[in-house]
Ligand binder design. Sequence first.
Ligand SMILES: [Zn+2]
Length: 325
Amino acid sequence: MPPAFKTSALSHHISRNPTLVQESQLMLPTSILFTPAFQRSPLVLRSHARAASQAFKSLAPASIPAHSARTCCSKAADSIAGRPLQSHKPSRSLHTTPIVSKDSEPPKMTTTLATILSRNDSWVSSYGPAHIEEFKANAQGQSPKVLWIGCSDSRVPEGVVCQTAPGELFVHRNIAGQFNPKDDSANSVLTYAVEALGVEQIVVVGHTSCGGVAASLQCAASKQDLPSAPLARYLTPLISLADKIRASPEAQGLSEAELVQLITERSVKQQMENIVESDVIKANWAGKKSAFPGEATKKVEVHGWVHNIATGKITDLGISILPPQ
Ligand SMILES: [Zn+2]
């Protein structure tokens, strides 16, 4: 019987999702990416995203969206260096300090980017006055209860579809929402989220029409590599999973769309298992003291969701993995 999650933080997030769907507010701007707290200092891995996008487009032009990879956290450096987290200074605004010489013309902004910045101004004007104290608190530090691991797909913006406020979700998104055991980026996010921030729940979120899953299935079926070496290496575990599922008895007779959906759900489950097999979660569940705050943090739960892009609805798969009692 689904949902296994019981705590208020997760149920609060998922309960706001259908509310949002009903109110047809899915076209809200991507203002959540321009919040003044920790998300204003991300390292956007655009070169990786471009390579992935081109590779996907060459495989399935009609169904593969552009992807971007985003990771953060400027505070990790402070924490690793032993500096107090609460004394972290907000990073310099990228918008107000363009890097141009005095003699050169400032670079012209595209209409798309100008529109996004304009929407950010509107959001600050409308949202900010009523949340000024939250902004001030976020500038001093963060204490999210939930780590969201999902796909970089532009159609699954967690802050928008769950109506979360800045500071509520710690996020790691990559192609197809993978948590590969040897991925330093994903492991760094998990370590910081659990050991430094003390998140209490991790949610792995797959989605319908996932280009990463579709591309992996095509590679498995055609026995051909992706036209991008980094992407081929990165997706190797998912390609293997897709190959295994497509050959299984339960996959026989399924349409390609149904098979992609099945692989998506099994991938969510696989990432959850990878997470609980990590040293970070093993130590957390064993009650070991974290290297960051120097104390044991609350034992985390791991949950699996799927976001339906066609409806905006998020569904709990009911495959939660809870810490041993
Ligand atoms: Zn995806």
